[in-house]
Write a protein that binds this ligand. Structure first.
Ligand code: MN
Ligand code: MN
Length: 452
């Protein structure tokens, strides 16, 4: 009669399951190490999808469409009419980071630096004193796009934000955490060697030297940075964590783990009953804004085109009302060192399967999507019959904090939707932790969702 959480490590203990789990984990580690920006993630997905026969254009039964290189929709036509409703899985490919400002370059004290404006909910102190890589694009006035990726190859230099030494931090450590680390001090070190024999009038020989290197290597001048999107992100690959290698640590589990697991589950479908849609958005971390975020009309416009091609005359709102969706996003797993911010009955544990979050929001569920009980019942049913472990949790103790996802932007259409994804430790930090078992279970759970 009592509900008991199920431990994935016991459920997936067979040799066959372990091998499948390890294989998926290895592929995920490669993906996470390679894709550090939303653009890179979308490019990776598109090239894999194209190899599986997905094409641009809505006349195909398997189509894909990319918007601005930052969001992606894919669909596979089902056996039943679109008016019977879709199975939509949505996730996001953007991650918290330090964006270079549009006029970033300067020099102080024989060091060349770049000003940044952080993107998303970072804890500022976590970004000091660690190796960073620069990723992004620079667009020239003629439309040429220069791709930047420095700091991932072992032969590459890395970048960093220098931190204050403890010897001179007596005043800083007395401050509140929210005031001790200032955004305007998150400046990335770019160089140190001055331009050889600079003219007397040169006041910034180190900055000039950096510009010189940028021009030689990428053919860009300072003005080009005004039309650039360059992100400073943690350098280096994702790694297994722990002696048993049961965890994966890396930058951007939120939400590339759901992007990956959802995509892999989507790819393996074949001749489904309901038409299936995978959508990967950008800008979730800053409120799903802009033309590539979930608040945009990208989904709506794409589905209108799909209906015109496959089932003209069907009303989009009928499709939406009959649609079932998953907002595939990570959840805050219970932190062994900070258990007090969670309420144990309604918290999730690493290794115990993907986590449903019926509602997000904060302070009295404000700003939440709240999935209907009927929908939760249906989902429990399909996962239980496939013997896939799952959990249900809130983001933390009531009034302790909160958060939001893309779920509410899907809910406005009248479809059923719930947040569902693996737990993460250290969410939004430069090194987030995920359980290998949860990644596998999430992939299997998304697979079941698509097929039912
Ligand atoms: Mn997320
Ligand atoms: Mn997030």
């Amino acid at each position: 009669m009592e509900f008991e959480l199920k431990n994935c490590w016991y459920i997936y203990k067979s040799k066959k399951n372990k091998a499948a789990m390890d294989k998926l984990a290895a592929e995920y580690v490669d993906f996470l190490s390679l894709c550090k920006t939303e653009r890179q993630t979308i490019d990776w997905l598109v090239s894999r999808a194209a190899a599986k026969g997905f094409e641009q254009g809505f006349t195909q039964d398997k189509f894909l469409k990319v918007h601005k290189g930052k969001s992606l929709i894919m669909a596979r036509r089902g056996r039943t009419a679109i008016s019977q409703g879709l199975r939509i899985l949505g996730a996001h490919a953007d991650t918290p980071r330090l964006d270079l400002k549009q006029r970033p370059l300067y020099e102080e004290c024989q060091v060349s630096l770049a000003k940044t404006h952080y993107y998303g909910g970072i804890r500022k102190h976590q970004w000091f004193a660690r190796p960073l890589a620069l990723h992004g694009v620079v667009v020239k006035t003629d439309g040429t796009k220069v791709h930047i990726r420095i700091g991932e190859d072992l032969n590459d230099p890395v970048f960093t934000v220098a931190d204050l030494l403890p010897h001179l931090a007596y005043k800083q450590i007395e401050k509140k955490l929210s005031e001790a680390f200032e955004a305007e001090k998150l400046n990335v070190v770019l160089g140190h060697v001055p331009l050889a024999a600079p003219a007397e009038k040169d006041k910034s020989p180190v900055k000039l030297s950096v510009l010189n290197i940028l021009q030689k290597r990428f053919g860009i001048v300072e003005e080009d940075l005004y039309s650039a999107e360059i992100q400073a992100v943690p350098a280096g690959p994702a790694r297994y964590v722990g002696l048993d290698q049961g965890l994966i640590g890396g930058y951007g589990h939120d939400d590339r783990v759901c992007t990956f697991a959802g995509f892999e589950a989507f790819l393996r479908q074949n001749s489904p009953e309901n038409t299936q849609v995978l959508i990967i958005w950008d800008k979730e971390e800053i409120g799903s804004e802009g033309s590539s975020g979930a608040k945009s009309l990208f989904l709506e416009y794409s589905l209108e085109d799909m209906i015109d091609a496959w089932e003209p005359g069907t009303k989009l709102r009928t499709v939406f009302e009959n649609t079932r969706a998953i907002s595939a996003d990570v959840h805050a797993a219970m932190d062994p060192d900070y258990q007090d911010v969670h309420e144990k009955l309604n918290a999730s544990l690493l290794g115990h399967g993907p986590v449903f979050c019926k509602f997000t929001g904060h302070r009295g569920k404000v700003g939440a999507n709240d999935a209907h009980a009927e929908y939760v019942g249906w989902l429990r049913g399909i996962l239980n019959s496939a013997k896939i472990p799952w959990q249900m949790a809130e983001t933390g103790k009531v009034d302790m904090g909160g958060g939001g996802t893309v779920a509410k932007f899907l809910a406005v259409y009248g479809m059923d939707v719930i947040d569902f994804g693996p737990g993460v430790l250290g969410m939004h930090s430069p090194f987030e932790i995920c359980s290998k078992a949860d990644i596998y279970a999430s992939f299997l759970a998304y697979d079941q969702f698509f097929r039912n």
